[in-house]
Design a protein around this ligand. Sequence first.
Ligand code: CDP
Ligand code: ZN
Length: 179
Amino acid sequence: MNIIDQLRIGIGHDTHCFGLGSFLMIGGVRIEYSRCLLGHSDADVLLHAISDALLGAAGLGDIGEMFADTDPANRNIDSAKILKSICEKIYAENWMIVNLDTIIFAEKPKISPYKEQIKNRIAEITGIDSFRVNVKAKTGEKVGIIGREEAISAECAALICKKKLLYISGIFVTALYFR
Ligand code: CDP
Ligand code: ZN
């Protein structure tokens, strides 16, 4: 298999507006706050961006095609479930995650105290080592929908790599091509 067929990159972006509530779900971590994020699911803006980045890298469309926001079954769905099932799908196609680089765009709350927890939770949900996950945060410098504290956005870049089947001494061994 040619090297250009072994690596794929994907990007994901998502936004959810603030509403009345007392906590946010960001990267699978519950953050106590004076408001919530609105959405058909649990509105986990970061897990949605990661999900779309992985689907994009694998050429599998986007999150809405798999989990329609018009489907009552997806009402208040835990976004960790969504991301897990997307991972199962891409792993079944012999893809491995090389790394996930993420940004949370939020004027408030302060994300830095939760960064490590978010990183570990994303690693847990996707089943990868936490060194393959990076979490960054940015304010909106008080302008735009982020800066005016109307919404939180998130972005993710994902690199995935195809597992290679090597034929060694008469037995098939699944090995990572780039080790
Ligand atoms: O300095 P610069 O304008 O590039 O970034 P900033 O948006 O002012 O963020 C400065 C620092 O605050 C970064 O280290 C972010 O990780 C952190 N931050 C945070 O912890 N929570 C946020 N909601 C936004 C930024
Ligand atoms: Zn979303």
